[in-house]
Design a protein around this ligand. Structure first.
Ligand code: SF4
Ligand code: SF4
Ligand code: SF4
Length: 164
């Protein structure tokens, strides 16, 4: 696991960049920021392009660009020992629907359900209205495949409240 870098700790880097989503299986954010050399080998290795160079030059996930396939190429590319082993949970993220969803505004859409391999999205019929998406949180692995194709940018990937 990552050793805390004295320089990283003293500079207080972990106090900033706290909202960013780090690569799957990566260690706690403060340890990650202290140990990451910003070589960006993980970003280069990412097969989908979901990893980007984020704030401060650290790698972070951008689900507006792509999904995570959990290929682990980011972890394999990292020489700083900042990733947990593959048998652990990659992260505690789930999808969340916001009020921008077209179904809330009377427009039929099921794009998110079509993109969800985990079948974590159901559509609940509404009396006299359009069916609305409902997340089966236990089935969602936070891959983000539902995000980019949502025509209303109505899906956020957030840290699961059940696992905090
Ligand atoms: S697991 Fe694969 S797709 Fe996901 S961030 Fe890492 S390299 Fe990219
Ligand atoms: S893809 Fe977006 S707009 Fe369409 S139903 Fe899903 S959340 Fe709503
Ligand atoms: S984040 Fe992935 S698993 Fe979760 S609802 Fe979206 S597509 Fe399905």
């Amino acid at each position: 696991m990552a050793e805390l870098s004295r320089r990283g700790l003293l500079s207080g880097q972990w106090r900033h960049h706290s909202d960013a989503i780090r690569p799957p299986w990566s260690c706690e954010n403060s340890l990650f920021l202290a140990g990451c050399t910003r070589c960006l080998a993980c970003v280069t290795a990412c097969e989908t392009g979901v990893l980007i160079t984020g704030s401060g030059g650290f790698p972070e996930v951008d689900f507006q660009r792509a999904e995570c396939t959990f290929c682990r190429q980011c972890a394999t590319a990292c020489e700083a020992s900042l990733f947990y082993p593959p048998q652990t949970h990659p992260w505690q993220l789930v999808a969340e629907f916001t009020a921008r969803c077209l179904a809330w505004h009377g427009i039929e859409c099921r794009s998110c359900q079509d993109n969800c391999e985990m079948q974590a999205i159901r559509f609940r019929p509404q009396l006299g209205g359009i069916a609305k998406p409902v997340l089966e949180a236990a089935a969602c692995n936070g891959c983000g495949a539902c995000v980019a194709d949502c025509p209303a940018s109505a899906i956020a990937i957030t840290r699961s409240k059940n696992n905090e």
